[in-house]
Write a protein of this length. Structure first.
Lengths: 427, 288
């Protein structure tokens, strides 16, 4: 998420000082008033702490790792104003000393990661945890969700900052700075975080707060008393079984999806997500579900048992996704997984000419993500034929992408050793 | 991509994420020591007054951001290379460090745009119904973008490797940065290394005690436990540091004395940088 120099026009970089510098001034005053002379050592050491935890690789389910920012964790303990200064300091040191993030872009990076991230994260946390005792599970979960929301909103603002460049700064038809408009930059940043880095951030913050509740509850009470006088009562820790949390999350996801679908379908349950469910041939859907379940029952355990340990988990995850993917075929009227140019046009009102010329490339061998044999893709073929075709195409696609990625990764490792971190955009 | 690279287990070990973290932390410490070494050698940039240097580099980065054609950027990069040469920064290290990373991160970002931008096509390769047709306009934009990021990063790297950290901070003071900020920055910098060493020690201690594989959940619990523990140490340490500061007569006022003196050569270098920056921006306007 660190924006390097050259991505933003100088006018934008410097204009972002307008919101950032006053917040710094207010934050310095607020923190000074509360802590008097203790401000300096406490903030300095917490900045060093947040710098250090940005180095930590966290194992993520699926076998990969990612790193966290920790802004919300610091905000939960010290309050958002102090977190703003602590994270800003860490960011300035990264830019000036480790070349991570641009020098002119310091204001932009601090606005995103040191102001928006901790304040949104802390606000969400306060909202969700309101009234709950300090040691309750709700507080840890609220901190995790707050961190997730905070970093995702920060990613959104990065998308906005990058997306406005081509609107204002182009010359002879080509962009001078970051070339993508709002409609490309925002979804790219938000999606990349919402399904990756934000999850890690939420996980780390939630588990970190849970650890503090168990081992050092004084940091959540006495310290909060110094920074935020309206600290909550201590209470007792409540252990909630994991299945309850998972069940609640699944239920919330189903409700949220249904709500979004209904809004998109204009309130008519037969037109969920803009699809036309009244046209669905339910018996053939049932056949397809049975076939899909059968394929899943064979393929998923086979993947898990046959593959070598180190790729086992991630491969099983992807195969599972590929197996359940054809469920999207149930819904007619939307081009599920086929995001063709007409969808882009409907969504954005225009089609970039290059996208139009590119869009055919990948569908050439497996048009519409199906196998180009009459058995699978004939217009009158039963739905389960198409489902099998979908699955074959999906698995071939996963193998191809995995193979290419693996080869590129191997080559890069060999040629570059460890690549420099100078311009690690979006890290 | 990072996640894919990171997901690869260590070749001989069992716990790759641990080794990556230890490796990352160690690389950071080494990098810092390494850069300070260049900052201490006797070269042209190292002899300049840090305030002149900071302002000069900011001007140059601003010029790189304003330059609207590759010509201006090429001029700036040539000057950067000459300055690096005169300052005894190893050439291979300097060029490689920047250009190995830039095409990768900035390049990947910009490649699809080559095909989106409308304009005359370089070639038009028909692949079935699709056309693979990069436009001249898109290509020019991509080259400009990548070289701008490259030059900006080169300038920042050159400033970092030729200036000791203490000097950067003192020159920030000259730019009217509030004293509290400068003090926090300098203390943070000192404690970063203490924390990195502490974290490294904790990770190595775990590594030397763990045999075989542990579950992901266990690893995450351990990592968050380590973070919580570090946080608690941070808090205790800040109390100790404050007590030590009080014992030495700290009253909340910070006084820093600076013995810097701008010499004629510094003014000359600053003026030359400014003039060159303006010239590069103007040149890029004229040529473009």
């Amino acid at each position: 998420m660190h924006i390097p120099d050259g991505y933003l026009a100088p006018a934008v970089s410097l204009a972002l000082a307008l919101p950032t510098v006053p917040v710094w001034a207010v934050a310095t005053q607020k923190v000074k008033k509360v802590l008097n002379n203790r401000t300096v050592p406490l903030l300095a050491i917490f900045s060093a702490f947040s710098f250090t935890i940005m180095m930590f690789n966290v194992p993520v389910p699926g076998g990969t790792t990612a790193h966290a920012v920790g802004g919300t964790l610091v905000a939960v303990v010290l309050g958002p104003w102090a977190a703003c200064i602590a994270v800003s300091t860490a960011l300035i040191i990264q830019a000036l000393f480790f070349g991570d993030g641009g020098v002119l872009a310091i204001f932009a990076n601090c606005l995103n990661m040191a102001i928006i991230l901790p304040f949104v994260g802390y606000g969400t946390y306060r909202l969700l945890a309101a009234g709950s005792p300090v040691l309750s599970t709700r507080r840890a979960v609220a901190a995790g969700i707050g961190a997730y929301v905070g970093i995702t909103v920060a990613a959104f603002t990065v998308g906005v900052e990058l997306g406005i460049e081509p609107i204002f700064f182009s010359q002879n038809g080509h962009a001078l700075y970051s070339p993508y408009g709002l409609s490309e930059a925002i979804p790219a940043m938000v999606a990349a975080h919402a399904f990756g880095a934000s999850i890690v951030e939420g996980l780390i913050t939630g588990l970190g707060v849970a650890y503090l509740q168990r081992r050092h509850p004084e940091y959540l009470t006495s310290l909060k008393g110094i920074f935020a006088p309206d600290a909550a009562a201590e209470g007792t820790p409540v252990q909630r079984p994991l299945w309850q949390l998972v069940a609640a999350a699944v239920a919330a996801a189903v409700v949220a999806l249904a709500a979004i679908g209904l809004i998109e379908g204009g309130g008519n349950p037969n037109r969920m997500f803009g699809a036309d469910l009244s046209q669905v041939d339910w018996p053939s859907v049932a056949t397809m579900l049975v076939v899909t379940a059968l394929i899943g029952a064979i393929l998923i355990p086979a993947t898990y048992l046959l593959l070598p340990r180190n790729v086992k988990r991630i491969a099983t995850t992807f195969v599972t996704i590929a197996v359940i993917a054809p469920l999207g075929l149930i819904a007619p009227g939307i081009a599920y997984g086929e995001g063709g140019t007409e969808n882009v046009k409907a969504a954005f009102g225009y089609v970039p000419s290059g996208l139009q010329s590119l869009s055919g490339i990948f569908s050439a061998p497996f048009g519409g993500y199906n196998v180009p044999l009459p058995f699978f893709s004939d217009a009158n073929a039963p739905l389960w034929h198409a489902a099998i075709g979908y699955e074959i195409a999906g698995i071939i696609g996963i193998l191809a992408v995995g193979g290419v990625t693996y080869t590129v990764a191997r080559l890069l490792r060999r040629s570059a050793g460890h690549a420099p971190t100078a311009a690690e955009a979006g890290s | 991509m990072t996640a894919v690279l990171a997901g690869r287990p260590a070749p001989n070990g069992r716990i790759g994420w641990l080794e990556q973290t230890v490796g990352g932390i160690t690389a950071n410490i080494e990098h810092a020591i390494f850069t300070e070494r260049h900052a201490r050698s006797d070269g042209w940039l190292q002899r300049r007054d840090p305030r002149a240097k900071l302002v000069g580099f900011l001007t140059a980065i601003l010029a790189a951001s304003l330059a609207s054609s590759v010509v201006g950027l090429a001029l700036l990069y040539a000057a950067t290379l000459a300055a690096a040469r005169a300052s005894r920064v190893p050439f291979g290290f300097f060029v490689k460090r920047v250009w190995l990373g830039i095409p990768f991160f900035a390049g990947i970002v910009v490649v699809p745009a080559i095909f989106f931008v409308p304009g005359d096509r370089v070639f038009d390769l028909a692949l079935g119904p699709a056309h693979l047709a990069p436009s001249w306009n898109g290509l020019a934009g991509a080259v400009l973008f990548v070289s701008r990021v490259g030059v900006s990063v080169s300038l920042a790297v050159l400033m970092v490797v030729t200036t000791p950290w203490a000097d950067v901070l003192k020159s920030l003071r000259a730019l009217r940065t509030p004293q509290v900020f400068v003090l926090v920055l300098s203390m943070t910098y000192r404690y970063i290394f203490l924390f990195l060493h502490t974290a490294n020690g904790m990770l190595l201690a775990r590594k030397s005690r763990v045999v075989g594989r542990t579950s992901g959940g266990e690893q995450r619990r351990w990592i968050t436990g380590t973070m919580g523990n570090l946080m608690s140490r941070a808090f205790k340490m800040s109390n100790d540091v404050y007590a030590a500061m009080l014992a030495r007569g700290f009253t909340g006022e910070v006084r820093v004395y600076s013995t810097y003196r701008m010499r004629a050569a510094d003014w000359l270098a600053l003026g030359a940088t400014g003039a060159f920056g303006v010239a590069a921006v103007l040149a890029s306007r004229v040529v473009a």
